[in-house]
Design a protein around this ligand. Sequence first.
Ligand code: IVH
Length: 667
Amino acid sequence: MTAVARRLAELRGEINYHNYRYYVLDDPLISDAEYDRLLRQLQKLEEAHPDLITPDSPTQRVGAAPLKEFGEVHHTLPMLSLGNAFDEGDVADFERRTKERLGVAEVVYVAEPKLDGLSLSLRYERGILARAATRGDGTTGEDITSNARTIKTIPLHLLGKGWPSVLEVRGEVVIRKKDFEQLNTDRLAQGDKAFANPRNAAAGSVRQLDPRVTASRSLSFFPWGLGDVSESVATTHYAQMAKLKQWGFRISEELRKVTGAPALLDYYADLGQRRDELPFEIDGVVYKVDNLDDQNALGFTARAPRWAIAHKFPAHEETTIVEQIIASVGRTGVITPVANLKPIEVAGVIVSRATLHNQDEVERKDVRKGDTVIVRRAGDVIPEVVGVIKEKRHKGARRWHMPSNCPVCGSEVQRLANEAAHRCIGGLYCSAQRMGAIQHFASRAAMDIEGVGEKRVKQLVQTELVKTVADIYFLKRDQLMSLERMGAKSADNLLSAIEKSKNTTFSRFLYALGIGQVGEVTAKQLARRFGELDLLMAASEDELQAIQDVGPVVAQSIAHFFQQRHNREVIQQLTAAGIHWPREHIPVITSEYSGKTFVLTGTLESMTRTEAKQAIEAKGAKVSGSISKKTDYVVAGVQAGSKLNTATELGVEVVDEAAFRAMIGCD
Ligand code: IVH
């Protein structure tokens, strides 16, 4: 071997290993920059010596030139399917049959997730990925080697040693739910059709004639077994999987050795409960007899092994009929098209309504009254219509259009520039928005009226004692005492809380009005810039845009709000009721965090979210609801959710509660 060839082999080995640490173990040893430097070194050296490029080189993951069509691959051992168990009885039957056939009293199984993706066969010859194929009809599949090379969790060269000279690894290609959503968002933005589910996205990405497209999708591969091998690898399935892990594959962390049907069912129940939290879509679990001699003794039926069974979760998707499409007005005035459905059970819950999100979505999916549609319900997420079965559409089915007037209050419906949503501009006048608006008005960061929570607001609105937020200030003691569960003492407490709230600040008052797009920070900026309500109400969109962070959308929303006669009337009543504030002087704050953006996630133990927000703003920094590359700090409390993963992925600094307290000067 020449010195160059040696250096190339060294670099490839090093990069492959770091790839494995990063993608398989989730435990990188070097920085991304360091990794890129190694890869560039390898690329340069290969450019100078193209004759020394090998197919297992990490540079070959980028995607080769497009193919005209896929070649055919004949599977040496057929790729079979799995039998299904749909309930506990089926699992008990499987366990009983297995024990009888093996003539034993107890069987050890491996229980694992049934990943919902596309099955692949990867053939390694002397440790190098020689060919990758789809399952196809089980006997003949498609040669998708160039595409498989672009998937980072598929080793191009097996790590470690001890692998047989021929090793066929079988497993599932999947896409993370998060990447699936992003992929669909990008596709929609480019005018492409969205994939219906993660499995279709994974399959569509692998079966691409242009490997560069596959390379651009974040796909992962998880082995679930072996096919053709030149020598045996281990004596149990579990040990085989452990070997594959050593050789560079990513193995699901959910694999468990389990004995007896009750334990299998526990596993099923546990994973079923965590199904929605898992990064990948799963459609059930698989139970496999662990001992390979026992597997051989049990053998196969024509279609499936006798030593394994898939225990399916209830389907996430069902088909039903759209009985009506209605425009539903939410608490903030956003009008959402909702499909009223012929009731159908989806994943154990009866679904009779599904969101269609907005006008664009209705148009894109082309959902019409009377259509047969696929409905999807995942976890606590609101059920949604995935797509229409166009073949079943009746003649004369008409397109749906957003109404031009609010179905609740008759006000104009508007769509602001750059927004997907339509809104009712009725604001405080619209009864659908009233409850939300009143609750917001009374909330702690707004007018801070103690005792006016969700239940109380509902009561006040339902009894029609309060129609607009101004009515709160004209409530009488005897009116309050006529309410259920309201004694003299509570009525007096409420009246004094209302009275107390009259002494407020300009920025709180502005925030309390619930103007679309105006959060606490914008309200403060408006208060500081205009100082007086009359001046703000008369401001033009241009004048409003002169304020930091106020763009055209926010400016339009503010100007619009004050143009509405209903809103002007309510404001007039509020000031007439005696709401007042001192001339506001909001100091311009400068600190080392001025201008920085914070995102809060999880629960903080020593303070509420509002307090944390105030503390951040007091440092001249901002709080945002979502993480992007522009986020400077993520404050992670207890049970921080997916935002934490996003932060890590984007390289945003994450601080815990103690560190955060120190930053805001609480310690
Ligand atoms: S074992 C002889 N294990 O499900 C076939 N399959 O419905 C042995 N699948 O074609 C398959 N996760 O594509 C097995 N943990 C898992 C799996 C799994 C997903 C897929 C696989 C198979 C299909 C059968």
